[in-house]
Design a protein around this ligand. Sequence first.
Ligand SMILES: Nc1nc2c(ncn2[C@@H]2O[C@H](COP(=O)(O)OP(=O)(O)O)[C@@H](O)[C@H]2O)c(=O)[nH]1
Ligand SMILES: [Mg+2]
Length: 220
Amino acid sequence: MTRCGTIVLAGRPNVGKSTLLNALVGEHLAIVSPKPQSTRLPVIGLLTKDDTQYIFTDSPGLLEPEYQLHEVMRAAALRAIDDAEVIAHLHPPLPEGPFHYDPDELATQPMRFFAAEFIREAAFEQLHEELPYSVASEIDEFREGVEPVYIRAVLYVERDSQKGIVIGEGGRTIKALGAAARAKIEALLGQRVFLDLHVKVLPKWRRNEPALKRLGYAAS
Ligand SMILES: Nc1nc2c(ncn2[C@@H]2O[C@H](COP(=O)(O)OP(=O)(O)O)[C@@H](O)[C@H]2O)c(=O)[nH]1
Ligand SMILES: [Mg+2]
């Protein structure tokens, strides 16, 4: 059995589509230029490896047409995109400029955010069906400079019946969930944590705009 498919190389002018086509087939087929709009018609390069045949299609850059030739180039590019099984969308290189963050930094959001997220991650691991989707978490207090770090958090559910399930028999479920969340927070923080986790009902918070806002899910 053999496999065969078309991969179109698409994107804005001058992002290196033709250069990539040539590199993929190992031959200079498509013209390359530092000046944009050098490719006017699709150029097909074939690569057959074992039982697989790749039909690479170089395409004119997607631009706002200014004259008739541009219209033809754009139409040819769109047709090639339409015909392909795979679209390789080439982007311009991410912009030149100074780093925004210290090279040693790993994340940009505060520890409180990750603490709340890891409580939800534990909920996704340990609760089932609709329940993880009804869970939200909020950090009420995050006290650093103490050993262990003290975190008081609330795990919200939408209904009383859900609260019962999350707490579990004799508090077993919330205890296991809290222990898992604490381990995740400790791993990122690199410090021991006391996680004081409470379960509360915030009725239908998923459909309630003020509640969504308060939980940090504001649309804007
Ligand atoms: N620095 C750098 N230049 C590239 C790369 N790929 C293409 N170029 C250059 O970018 C310019 C435009 O390349 P071209 O393949 O004609 O782009 P196309 O318009 O998307 O087909 C040419 O001067 C290439 O030599 C790359 O990976 N790195
Ligand atoms: Mg080109």
